[in-house]
Design a protein around this ligand. Structure first.
Ligand code: GNR
Ligand code: NI
Length: 172
């Protein structure tokens, strides 16, 4: 197991479109295990392969309070969306920023699980929000894209400035 490093906005690699997973094998299961270790350590409720610079269509999610509902979704397809929910979203690739985003409240999703079996699942509430947030990552999209251009640029500038201050804190 290993903790993977997470790309941060505005890294252009977060804008890549992920390609389908062709085969669910032991290498992929090892990646999934490393992604869970990384997500739980962060901590977060979801993590897309794109965020760890792997441009394949898979992500993980666990919205439980006690790490008891782990899901790995490979080649996910959202089949149906229903209703509207507004959630204060955050992202491990946009650390420290939380903003309201509108999503579908209920979804139906088809995917392959870690055994390579086709599964269909219904999700609502936070899990549905998380799944939509993760599918966006696989398409190179971030929650800040739903905000105004001005707010997105402000977040971009502040993240760059804060990282510069971090890396020079001990030199000054
Ligand atoms: O940890 C996370 N919390 C979160 C809260 C509200 C809506 C979506 C999320 S996903 C995020 C982890 C992450 O960046 N996944 O890509
Ligand atoms: Ni995210």
């Amino acid at each position: 197991m290993a903790i993977l490093s997470i790309l941060e906005f505005p890294d252009p690699r977060l804008r890549k479109t992920a390609r389908r997973v062709s085969k669910v094998d032991d290498d992929l299961r090892r990646l999934i295990d490393d992604m869970f270790e990384t997500m739980y350590a962060a901590p977060g409720i979801g993590l897309a392969a794109t965020q760890v610079n792997i441009h394949r269509r898979l992500f993980i999610a666990d919205v439980s309070a006690d790490q008891t509902e782990p899901y790995a979704l490979i080649n996910p397809e959202i089949l149906e969306k229903d209703g509207v929910i507004v959630t204060e979203e955050g992202c491990l690739s946009v650390p420290g920023y939380y903003e309201e985003v509108e999503r579908a409240e209920h979804i139906r999703v088809r995917f392959e699980n870690r055994d390579g079996e086709q599964v269909e699942m219904e999700a609502k509430g936070l899990l549905a929000v998380c799944i939509q947030h993760e599918v966006d990552h696989l398409d190179g999209k971030l929650f800040v894209d739903y905000l105004s251009e001005a707010r997105r640029q402000q977040i971009r500038k502040r993240l760059i400035r804060d990282r510069r201050h971090q890396s020079t804190a001990d030199v000054a």
